[in-house]
Design a protein around this ligand. Structure first.
Ligand code: GLC
Length: 645
């Protein structure tokens, strides 16, 4: 974990204090220090028999409570008024290929999704985010779009998308769709006309074409590498069949990057936004939101390509070097325009305005720090950005506290909500990731013959991690199947792999297929209920049978029931819009905090990452626990509990 401390200015700190004084409960001095495992039950009782209130320590910027000797430290104050839905929503990511197949072709589709949506209402999420379902040759599982205004036949029709929206809305679920503005498919009509029109044409100006270097232009225009491996440039043929110009693709060969300096590109995407907003979508997740603008001149880049992607990765945002393809300042003016467009669908000055109808934008931006991510969610830009720092944090209490503190400091400094995420379609699922020893460099995919995660350890830690995450104020993202405790599939035969990473890396990096395997719904059905025909576009591992939805519904110890309990309690208690104060008096390897969603309503959260069991206050009521407590009622290793304090 990188440990660049988040810098907060005196002005920000003063603002935060003002906020606390004016908006939060009147705060009393700490009456007791909460005790942990060394306390006897009588002592615990007396420690908790006096109502406890968080103390605002002037040392609140320092997460080391022991050093400060404070009993609690306010990290994030709750808002004074009911915040809009997107500041605390739990949003469930559906990967359409793999959620539910309605037509039996082995690939999930929109009618299949619509039919299963009541499951998500019952789970208790607020919204869904659908990965792309647009017309696409599927060279990168739909992130290579050939028509932004229509649905690919493998997923259904535009009418199916409209029906899905209506069904979701009837069930009280908001719908966020994916927008892929950095690149199109090479089969997009614009790219095809650019190829035909030739060098110097206005058609080529919509993409990034350049002449090659060296004699005959045989060398790519610069040394940039593509995220999936190999050069980021591909050469096209000239009209006479000879070798011609090169085009840039930061991702697959079939994903040419748009030229965002071109006003036509900007106008086109503004229109695409309106197209889907007119159909009633509640927001957009913006694919690689940090890549649209490239540094002028496209200078060479000799550092690692991808922004820090795990332990040991090198941050890019060192003062002397900013990667020319990521996180350029120019992206922000694009998002200011988009924000205006979204606001215009729910104008604040209109009669009957309600922030419940806000449409939102969320950035996928793998940037180097919380500070850089916060720039995307300034007041007049996007509503949310994925908090990938949290996803990347090591399973160590100090690291988690640090990341959480920095996340709030960064988001609060621009008045944005924090987001939290542990899994998505691009990373090894957290039930597997957490099964590797702490500090393991996280693999991009796991296959036969690779070091395997400890499944039981990962499962236990994943439940504890999610229980911690869902107690945090802010908006949380869940990835389909994590509510079942699904691990990555680690035995996909290499010949069945579909992620372009596998081929582009010369069969050295397995890629993301393991996180994308179709959902198991019914243990005893063909393909575990994913498709009536039993077909699946990726094979399901044997372990999925026991984890199918129908074998978990109503089983009190199941992961599905844990998620349901967490989501119900979170909603009932308003935890998404609460405050967060770290608690002192616990061992270093325990994460302990209080979320106080309203004056006097406190939920105490204890995550034990240490080897020793941790005592809980004798008079505290256990609301939810990620695993069983010890026979003595202590919180065992790798377990998180929510307590009513
Ligand atoms: C994003 C998507 C990923 C895709 C890439 C290129 O990172 O999440 O799945 O491969 O963009 O579009």
């Amino acid at each position: 974990m990188r440990d660049t401390l988040f810098k907060i200015t005196i002005a920000q700190r003063d603002r935060c204090f003002k906020h606390i004084v004016s908006r939060s409960t009147p705060l009393a001095s700490p009456r007791r220090t909460i005790r942990s495992r060394a306390t006897t039950s009588t002592e615990q009782h007396s420690a908790w028999s006096t109502p406890w209130r968080p103390d605002i320590s002037t040392g609140y910027l320092d997460t080391d409570l022991r050093a400060e000797g404070a009993s609690s430290v306010l990290v994030h104050a709750r808002p004074a008024t009911e915040p809009p839905w997107w500041r605390h929503a739990v949003i469930y990511q559906i990967y359409p290929r793999s959620w539910a197949d309605g037509n039996g072709d082995g690939i999930g589709d929109l009618p299949g999704i619509a039919a299963r949506l009541p499951y998500l209402r019952d789970l208790g999420v607020d919204a869904i985010w659908l990965s792309p379902f647009y017309v696409s040759p599927q060279a990168d599982a739909g992130y290579d779009v050939a028509d932004y205004r229509d649905v690919d036949p493998i997923f259904g029709t535009l009418a199916d998308a409209e029906m899905l929206l209506a069904t979701a809305h009837d069930l009280g679920l908001k719908v966020i769709v994916d927008l892929v503005p950095n690149h199109s498919s090479d089969e997009h009509p614009w790219f095809q006309t650019a190829l035909a029109a030739g060098p110097g044409s206005p058609e080529r100006e919509r993409y990034i074409f350049r002449d090659g270097c060296g004699p005959g232009g045989d060398v790519p225009p610069n040394n940039w590498m593509c995220v999936f491996g190999g050069s980021a440039w591909t050469r096209v043929k000239a009209a006479d069949g000879s070798d011609g110009q090169w085009y840039l693709h930061l991702f697959a060969v079939k994903q040419p990057d748009f030229n965002w300096q071109n006003p036509q590109v900007r106008a086109e995407f503004e229109d695409v936004l309106r197209f889907w907003l007119d159909r009633g979508v509640d927001g957009f997740r913006i694919d690689v939101a940090n890549a649209l603008v490239k540094e002028r001149g496209l200078p060479d880049w000799d550092e690692p390509l991808h922004p820090s992607d795990g332990p040991g990765a090198i941050p890019h945002d060192r003062s002397d070097k900013q990667p020319p393809m990521w996180d350029q300042d120019g992206v922000h003016e694009i998002y200011r325009v988009w924000r205006q467009i979204l606001n215009s669908y729910n104008p604040i000055e209109a009669a009957g305005y309600s922030d419940h109808n806000d449409r939102i934008l969320c950035a996928e931006a793998w940037v180097d720090s919380q500070e850089r991510a916060a720039r995307y969610v300034r007041d007049d830009e996007l509503h949310q950005a994925f908090n990938f720092e949290f996803l990347r944090t090591q399973w160590r209490a100090g690291d988690l506290r640090d990341t959480i503190t920095k996340s709030f400091a960064a988001a609060d400094s621009v008045g944005a909500p924090t987001t939290w995420v542990l899994s998505n379609h691009d990373v090894v699922r957290h039930a597997s990731r957490l099964g590797f020893p702490v500090e393991t460099k996280q693999p991009n995919g796991i296959g036969v013959g690779d070091p395997q995660p400890n499944a039981a350890l990962g499962f236990r830690r994943a439940r504890a991690a999610t229980t911690l995450m869902l107690a945090l104020p802010g908006s949380s993202y869940l990835y389909q199947g994590e509510e079942l405790g699904l691990p990555d599939s680690t035995d996909i035969p290499d010949e069945a792999r579909q992620d372009p990473t596998w081929a582009r890396s010369g069969h050295t990096v397995r890629g993301r297929d393991g996180a994308r395997v179709p959902m198991p719904w019914e243990s005893d059905q063909p393909s575990h209920g994913f498709s009536a025909s039993g077909r699946t576009w990726l094979p399901q591992p044997a372990s999925y049978a026991a984890l199918a939805v129908d074998s978990q519904v109503g089983a009190p110890a199941s992961t599905l029931e844990l998620y349901r309990a967490l989501l119900a309690t979170r909603k009932e208690r308003g935890l998404g819009a609460g405050s967060l104060s770290w608690l002192g008096g616990f061992a270093e390897d325990v994460v302990a905090f209080v979320n106080e969603p309203a004056a006097g309503e406190r939920v105490l959260v204890i995550s034990n990452l240490g080897a020793e069991p941790v005592a809980i206050p004798a008079d505290a009521l256990t609301l939810v626990s990620s695993g069983p407590l010890t026979p003595e009622g202590l919180v065992p290793t790798d377990t998180t509990v929510w307590l009513s304090a």
